[in-house]
Design a protein around this ligand. Structure first.
Ligand SMILES: *Cc1c(COP(=O)(O)O)cnc(C)c1O
Length: 383
């Protein structure tokens, strides 16, 4: 009888260093072993910078983190099992009992839940503020304010916040700023350049880019990210799997090419929508007709494929029929992958009936436009 250890020796892995593979090696391992007690002891004393156990560090994960930090223009990055885990950890690492945070009314639903509902259990208070209004933010600041949480462009309406001014305001009060940069991606916006302290992303969207993983990342100074590693990442354990990290890295290699296509296609869709009789308003900050265009283009060098549209009609049945008739746009949450998606807010309990969120995918733009043209033609008679 041959046992696995008889045929698998340590030097089986050495070929990785010799052959220089173009795809990164996948270290799908939970633990690392040591040649001596002394080297094990040293690793136990420094889990942040050694390989001991994959709840802390893993070489595949670290490689993705290094690339994400470079792309975002930050010193250091930490990958998480989800975007929400990254958001929660970034916020939690900066607050304690009796503190106060300011959260944008435009933030992602679960970021608002963490700020407004979850943190209440620990005696932390929140003020939700329209963060496009600098004065309102300034008025909401108290001596206890430790975090200003932003998302620009914001969820659904894609409203743009002045990140330079907000960062400067927060700095004068010693408050940490966090920005969700998922929409623009690190290709088109780098909030750390504007003086923002921490950037968070859902890697489940464009960074992964293929609708096949859930992941998140926090980027910032080494000091801040090391602090998150120690106080939230290691103890709470929302760890990315090495294979998940490997897929994120694969997605990142085409991020710039995909984004350019999403951007160009989205602009053409906006042109179509602005001219359409069934459309009341288009929400896409990187279109020259958007009221946010000047500010948006001072902060971002491009846009992604996600936009919203307000229809003139508020006839729920007609809108539902039009959405159901779409072929290219599939109905679903999330975005950032290959496929075009539609999310009508009338699918939610409290949502307005006339708003559709569209993800413009990587399909042929003409086919996308034909699909929209057909669906929206069903709305014309209700205008
Ligand atoms: C999806 C999303 C998140 C949450 O990320 P998950 O990876 O789903 O946990 C956070 N912010 C924005 C803007 C998102 O779109």
């Amino acid at each position: 009888m041959m046992y696995p250890e008889d045929i698998l020796t340590d030097d089986t892995y050495d070929f990785l260093n010799i052959e220089r593979p173009v795809a990164a090696p996948l270290y799908q391992t939970s633990l690392f072993t040591f040649p001596t007690v002394q080297s094990l002891r040293e690793a136990l004393g420094d889990e942040r910078s050694t390989h001991l156990y994959s709840r802390g560090n893993n070489p595949t994960v670290e490689q993705v983190e290094k690339r994400l930090a470079l792309l975002e223009g930050g010193e250091c990055a930490k990958l998480f099992s989800s975007g929400v885990a990254a958001i929660a950890s970034a916020i939690l690492s900066n607050v304690k009992q009796d503190d106060h945070i300011i959260c944008s009314t435009d933030a992602y639903t679960w970021a608002k839940y963490i700020s407004g509902t979850y943190l209440k259990r620990f005696g932390i208070t929140v003020t939700f503020v329209d963060t496009t209004n600098l004065e309102a933010v300034e008025q909401a600041i108290t001596k206890q304010t430790k975090v200003i949480y932003l998302e620009s462009p914001g969820t659904l309406m894609l409203r743009v916040q002045d990140l330079r001014k907000l960062a400067a305001l927060a700095r004068t009060h010693g408050i940490t700023t966090i920005v969700d940069n998922t929409w623009a991606t690190p290709i088109y916006q780098n909030p750390l350049q504007f003086g923002i302290d921490l950037v968070v992303h859902s890697a489940s969207k464009y960074i992964g880019g293929h609708s096949d993983i859930i992941g998140g990342v926090v980027v910032g100074s080494k000091e801040r990210v090391d602090h998150i590693f120690k106080t939230e990442f290691l103890p709470i354990g929302h760890v990315p799997d090495p294979f998940q990290a490997w897929l994120i890295q694969r997605g990142m290699r085409t991020l710039h090419v995909r984004l350019d296509y999403h951007y160009q296609s989205a602009l053409k869709v906006c042109d179509f929508l602005y001219d359409h009789a069934a459309v009341e308003q288009v929400y896409y900050p990187m279109h020259p007709k958007s009221p946010y265009y000047a500010l948006a283009s001072s902060q971002m060098s491009g846009g992604s494929g996600l936009l919203s549209v307000r229809l003139k009609s508020s006839n729920r049945d007609k809108i539902e029929q039009a959405v159901d008739s779409m072929k290219m746009f599939r109905l679903g949450v999330s975005w950032g992958g290959y496929e075009s998606l539609v999310f009508p807010t009338l699918a939610t309990k409290e949502g307005e009936s006339s708003i559709l969120r569209l993800h413009i995918g990587l399909e042929h733009t003409e086919t996308i436009l034909e699909d929209l043209d057909h669906a929206f033609s069903l709305l014309k008679e209700t205008v």
